[in-house]
Design a protein around this ligand. Structure first.
Ligand SMILES: [Cu+2]
Length: 188
């Protein structure tokens, strides 16, 4: 009986989280956003990292549009820009973190490239790629307004984040199937 109640609570929570018109959720998010934007406003940005982010955002939008082939193409552009990052623009302190993130991001982007036509598999790698891009932004900052969004149902209900340039929720994990599922967790 306890289990049934627990499961019901979880289901209701997921439904509430995925209702974009839910006022309570919006209020909570606004509070979180206010705190986070203060913390990140002092960071500067790095020109070649901005290009990596730009190609990640193209890839993200192709997944939003359920376009697997274009997602593979923008994945390819992303791999290229990671390879072109100006290493002189990265400080000694940032170098180790950067290398770890870049290696991982490149690997996931390559899987997205080689799986054009299999959008489910591309989206699995996009979960990890999004974490990497989030870490890159934490490390270097950004010169454009970005949002960290979260969908509680992505990645087999484990939940996953993605980075977006729009305040409006457009879900890359479900595309047209559940376009507005998710909420803003953080502002950069
Ligand atoms: Cu793979």
């Amino acid at each position: 009986m306890k289990n049934i109640i627990f499961i019901t609570v979880v289901i209701v929570f997921v439904m509430v989280s995925c209702n974009p018109k839910n006022k309570q959720a919006e209020t909570t998010n606004t509070l979180i956003m206010k705190n986070d934007s203060k913390m990140n406003s002092a960071q500067s940005s790095n020109a070649s990292i901005n290009e990596v982010v730009a190609n990640y955002l193209k890839l993200k939008n192709n997944l939003v549009n359920d376009n697997s082939k274009e997602a593979a193409n923008s994945g390819n552009a992303l791999v290229t820009t990671i390879g072109k990052v100006d290493m002189n623009s990265i400080s000694k302190e940032q170098m180790k973190d950067y290398m770890d993130i870049a290696d991982d991001a490149k690997e996931h982007a390559e899987h997205i490239v080689s799986n054009g036509g299999d959008i489910a598999h591309q989206r699995e790698h996009f979960v990890m790629l999004s974490k990497d891009v989030n870490d890159l932004i934490q490390l270097f900052g950004t010169n454009q307004k970005l949002y960290q969004d979260f969908c509680p149902m992505a990645d087999d209900n484990k939940g996953a984040i993605w980075i977006s340039e729009t305040k409006e929720i457009k879900n890359p994990y479900f595309g047209s199937q559940m376009a507005t599922c998710g909420s803003i967790k953080k502002e950069f």
